[in-house]
Ligand binder design. Structure first.
Ligand code: C2E
Ligand code: CA
Ligand code: CA
Length: 891
């Protein structure tokens, strides 16, 4: 539909009309306007033709009527003249007889001689000078002296014919016309009159319906304008008077431009009328043919024509109305299609996708054998790398010869046949398409498909990058924790199927913090990268190397059936890690602690295996670092124990199970005890004496450290005060403060309260803080420390050297004591590195006028070394373990 609307059959007729219209009217008009114009033209032709025909018919009818009226008047005139001639003859015969036989005139003699016409029609009377009838052929008697014709002759010497009006004969009570002449005596004096009386109907008796119709006229009109006889149809009348000239000149001819047949003045009927003045008589003959009757045929024909024209007009209007409506609808739908197409092209061009309209090419059996490209957009040109003009009409098989092998053809044909929508992402290997990764969606249309193709290379790259980032450690490129779990699960599944064992090794670098601290994070990162490379090179390609973050790595090593992972395998990995490496021009070496868990012996779930390996690693750390430990069930017991501690710790205070042990601090110059550190223990009814390392962490996590810390403060202060009161000695007691306690807003108040309640002077209290505790918010820490300092208590930094703190900060903290961490002390003087660090810490502390305490002094050599380096105070098993109150009193 999209591409062959102009080929659509429905549109053919319409297109034809429109094309013609466009040719004629320069494309300005369309059929919607032309059709009504055409219809109007046809109507005009029909009606003009009809009216013309009617006109011709009318003239023909009128001419025929005029001709027949002319014939009729001739006949009528001749007939009347003949009758009048008989009357005239009779009058003349009688007069002659009178002149010959004056006073003895007998009409009977004349009758006998055949000189008078039949008395049935013509009555002849002779009257004397007094009006008395003297002779008659109808036995008439009486006197006519008072009658008009008598008087006319009496007073008129003229010898002229007198024609009377139709008068009533009292004897017969019938109308008659009197034709009379004067009789003179031989001396010319009035002698009487001779009268011929005739029934007026006699003159109109020739009326024939066949020629004159039912409403024709036959009339005898006197020049005085009075009808002597007037017959219209079957009706006879007399005496009516009209205007003589008007009545006799009513000639009609439509050729002369006269439209209407004139009206007879006597009865208002339209007639073709002819009149003749009768020569020698004061009379005119008139005939009239009723226009209505004469034109009857014409009227019927005319009606027929009008009906036909009307019917034709209605039919025409209907047909053209329907055509115009159709044409309007078609032009509207075409306009819509055009608008749709315009929108479609605009949308197609605006689209970021390439699209291709493909038409199916089928063989005789209807099978799709190829596709023809019907349309595309500029994106499509870009994708195919060819201009549209070159692409349109191209065959798919020619264009992409591999389309049958790579499934494209089958895909398109399937959509074209089934109508399903198909979507697919694929890596482009075809030479005829641009783009590395492509996506296509194919939709069926009428006998074809539309393929929408998008270049998704960018998205794919991004997706793969994100996927990689989500599963890999950005610093080293190793698998991250999430990916490790997935891959470990796969390895477990594989190992379980083939009955192989697996080892999960958890590696933690010992004191990596130091490298970061002293050389900076950049070098630390390089260091980690090198370690990652070393680990990868130390294992097989199928093994997994992951970094969990910081300096923690995990290896998943798979073994064979009979291949028990030998310890020296792990040792080899340790050796690889601990090899010295060159950083910043200096040789560095780092040790590591490794914990190993085994599948299926220890656990069969990825998380559990990693957790157990982690536990074993901690064990390795506990046993002095730089070694590896295999997971054992007892480690797991410890875990269970930790859970138990977590559950029972909150009861410890109530049950009064907590105790404080005290470890003395010995001044190196004087050799006497100058202070003691209060160290907490938990006297558990079943677990026995639980060391702080096993429950302080839990207390921190649960928040129980706050009430426990309060208890420690009060107990230690009270104990110290008690000893002072007992007069034993005046010593400073140092108390360990945890991060959670340090963050408590009422810390200062708690300490004040403890001092006030116990009555201990502030200068006999020392508070031990770790570096990390102060480093999280330096400004706030300084603020709190200053407040504590104002209180008068001593402040010390515990475990110095293990945290991240920069020495530069030390100057800003109002502290009094610096405690060197046990881990440095334990390896001196054997470890030159540690020895150097210890020496420099002592020197640094002194330069900042801080007292230095060395922790964990166990041997005389250590003591000697520290003495030599001018360490102020020592604390350690060499002098005393932390001991209960009573034992301390003995000391
Ligand atoms: P710390 O503050 O570094 O305490 C010194 C630790 O070193 C003590 O362990 C002590 O017994 C041990 N020690 C002393 N001399 C030697 C020695 O010569 N050799 C060896 N190997 N160890 C020695 P302890 O009592 O187990 O305490 C462990 C940690 O628990 C403490 O480390 C401290 O951080 C924390 N802690 C103890 N008591 C409290 C307390 O009341 N409150 C808080 N917040 N933490 C406490
Ligand atoms: Ca301490
Ligand atoms: Ca310490």
């Amino acid at each position: 539909m999209l591409w062959h609307s102009d080929r659509n059959l429905d549109m053919n007729g319409y297109a034809l009309i429109n094309n013609a219209a466009n040719r004629w009217f320069g494309g300005k008009l369309n059929a919607t306007v032309l059709l009504p114009l055409f219809a109007a033209l046809l109507l005009l032709v029909i009606w003009l033709g009809t009216l013309h025909l009617i006109g011709v018919e009318r003239r023909n009818a009128e001419r025929a009527a005029i001709e027949s009226s002319a014939d009729l008047i001739r006949t009528y005139e001749a007939q009347v003249i003949r009758n009048l001639a008989v009357i005239e003859q009779t009058l003349k015969v009688v007069r002659y007889a009178h002149d010959v036989k004056e006073n003895d005139l007998s009409l009977s003699v004349l009758t006998e001689r055949g000189l008078l016409p039949s008395s049935i029609i013509f009555s002849v009377d002779v009257a004397d000078a007094d009006g008395g009838i003297v002779s008659s052929n109808r036995q008439n008697a009486g006197n006519i002296a008072d009658q008009a014709h008598f008087r006319a002759h009496e007073g008129n010497v003229n010898d002229s014919l007198f024609v009377s009006k139709a008068v009533l004969n009292p004897a017969t009570s019938e109308r008659e016309l009197h034709f009379s002449r004067r009789l003179n005596r031989s001396d010319g004096a009035f002698a009487g009159v001779v009268v011929v009386s005739v029934d007026p109907a006699y003159f109109t008796s020739s009326y024939e319906h066949s020629t004159l119709g039912r409403n024709g006229v036959l009339a005898l009109l006197g020049t005085d304008g009075v009808f002597r006889a007037l017959r219209t149809g079957d009706r006879l009348s007399f005496g009516g008077s009209v205007d003589y000239p008007a009545a006799t000149q009513s000639d009609f001819s439509s050729d002369s431009g006269q439209r209407q047949v004139p009206v007879n003045p006597w009865d208002g009927v339209r007639r073709f009328t002819k009149a003749r003045q009768l020569h020698g008589f004061p009379l005119a003959a008139i005939i009239g043919l009723s226009a209505e009757e004469q034109l009857g045929n014409y009227y019927r024909t005319c009606n027929k024509y009008l009906w036909q024209a009307s019917l034709a007009s209605v039919f025409l209007l209907l047909v053209f109305g329907v055509l115009t409506r159709l044409s309007w609808l078609l032009s509207r739908s075409q306009r819509r299609i055009q608008a749709d197409q315009a929108r479609y092209y605009a949308a197609a061009e605006a689209s970021l996708d390439a699209f291709f309209v493909l038409r199916c090419v089928r063989d005789q059996r209807g099978m799709i054998v190829d596709f023809e490209l019907m349309d595309t957009n500029s994106r499509g040109e870009k994708l195919l790398g060819r201009p549209k003009a070159e692409l349109l009409g191209a065959s798919l098989v020619e264009f992409d010869p591999q389309c049958r092998e790579n499934g494209l053809f089958a895909h398109l044909a399937d959509v074209a046949d089934s109508g399903k929508v198909h979507e697919v992402e694929w890596k482009n290997r075809s030479g005829s398409l641009n783009g590395e990764w492509l996506y296509r969606q194919v939709v069926r249309i009428e006998d074809g498909v539309i393929a929408i193709v998008r270049d998704i290379s960018e998205r794919k790259r991004l997706q793969m990058q994100i996927e990689y980032q989500a599963t890999h450690d950005t610093l080293t490129g190793l698998a991250n924790r999430r990916f490790l779990q997935d891959r470990l699960a796969q390895s477990i599944a594989y190992a379980s199927r083939y009955g192989h064992p697996l080892w999960v090794a958890f590696i933690d670098l010992d004191r990596f913090k130091f490298i970061n601290d002293s050389l900076g994070h950049k070098v630390g990162d390089t260091f980690l990268r090198i370690i990652a490379e070393r680990l990868q090179s130390a294992v097989r390609a199928t093994d997994i190397v992951a970094r969990l973050g910081g300096d923690e790595f995990v290896l998943v090593l798979s073994g064979n059936d009979d291949d028990d992972l030998p310890s020296n395998n792990i040792q080899r990995i340790m050796d690889v890690v601990t090899q010295p490496l060159d950083l910043d021009g200096k040789d560095f070496s780092v040790t590591c602690s490794i914990g190993v868990a085994n599948y299926p012996a220890d656990a069969d779930r990825p998380e559990t295996l990693i957790e157990y390996a982690d536990m074993a690693m901690y064990r390795a750390k506990e046993t002095g670092r730089n070694n590896f430990q295999f997971f054992t069930a007892t480690m797991n017991e410890r875990l269970n124990e930790r859970l138990r501690i977590e559950q029972e710790l909150h009861q410890a205070i109530e049950r009064n199970e907590l105790v404080l042990h005290y470890q003395p601090r010995v001044d190196l110059r004087g050799g006497e005890i100058t202070g003691m550190e209060a160290l907490i223990r938990w006297q558990h009814p079943e677990l026995g004496m639980v060391p702080p390392i096993r429950f302080i962490g839990v207390a921190e996590e649960t928040g129980l450290i706050v009430p426990i810390g309060d208890w420690v403060f009060r107990t230690a202060c009270a104990q110290n005060k008690a000893w002072q009161d007992a007069g034993l000695c005046h010593l400073r007691v140092s108390i360990n403060l945890s991060a959670r306690q340090f963050a408590q807003p009422d810390l200062l108040q708690t300490i004040k309260d403890a001092l006030r309640e116990t009555g201990l002077e502030a200068r006999y209290l020392e508070i031990e803080l770790t570096e990390s505790l102060m480093m999280s918010d330096v400004e706030n820490a300084i603020h709190i420390l200053q407040a504590l300092k104002e209180l008068g208590v001593y402040l010390s930094i515990d475990d110095f050297g293990t945290g991240y703190s920069s020495l530069a900060y030390l100057k800003r903290f109002p502290i009094d004591v610096l405690k060197i961490d046990r881990s440095f002390v334990s390896d001196i003087p054997a470890n030159a590195n540690d020895a150097a660090i210890t020496s420099s810490i002592i020197a640094l502390a002194h330069s900042l006028e801080l007292e230095v305490v060395a922790e964990g002094v166990e041997t005389a050599e250590q003591l000697a070394f520290l003495q030599q380096r001018n360490c102020d105070v020592v604390q350690g098993y060499y002098f005393s373990r932390p001991v209960p109150v009573t034992d301390f009193e003995i000391l």
